[in-house]
Design a binder for this molecule. Sequence first.
Ligand code: PDD
Length: 287
Amino acid sequence: MSIAYLNGEYLPLSEARISPLDRGFLFGDGIYEVVPYYAGKPVGFNPHMTRMANGLAEIEINCDIDLAGWNELMSDLVERNADLGENLGVYVQVTRGADVKRFHAYPEDVPATVFAFAFPIKDPEPTDRTKAHGYKVNSTEDLRWKRCHIKSTALLGNVIHYQQGHSAGQNEILLYNEAGELTEGSSCNAFIVKDGVVITPIQDNQILPGITRRIIIDSIKAAGTIQIEERTITMDEVRNADEIWITSSSKEIAPVIELDGQPVGDGKVGQVWEEAFKIYTASKFDY
Ligand code: PDD
């Protein structure tokens, strides 16, 4: 049975209740995180929860749980949900709480709603590229908002894009801006590889500052064996890339073998992916 946390209490997920006036429900007025735990060990706990604190500060939601408090709460949740599986994702969400009316302006003196639950996640993929699962994606213009750096619970823009890919039988959808430049995927960041160089779009308001993205960049730089750049990438470059990867806390680094029905590179999982994924796997618990 899945045990959730809601406003200071642990209870079965199926019994958790919030007010219909909660601003998370009415306006998508909240911030969330998803932290992966493998055999009880988190990946990127500090950067995840720092990003959460930054998001809450940016939209002026007061939440009195600090890093140590989150650590205790989330580790507790992982322990209480051990029967769900060895590897768990922990979802946490803080909304602006439930006022007594529906009114757009931020209310004063309304306590935030804090909700968390755990769910099973896949085992990590094998690092051997002949055994790894290759993803198929398509692409479309990014029609979300201009604050994609905020990990808001208001995900309708992302959900519509994800569904476009899903309905077409694809695993994900890559997004590009009006200028034809790659932004990210509907639920992940994106990387390309050309002539052995790994490239990913710069971190700005057009993308979520992904923690997996950050760990990949930092661990590749620390290893020093692969060249990596953060810069603007045109869709022409994406279409001519030797490799494409999509990254997130649940996917880790997923190799893409087909884009819009065309093979990526030679249509097989790439060699640079294998090297990068080995580096990431060896160091992911250090972040
Ligand atoms: N998605 N970009 C978007 C739009 C995302 O939704 C996500 C994560 C990422 C990758 O971020 P990270 O590496 O920190 O997981 C990038 C999460 C997992 C989700 O919504 O379920």
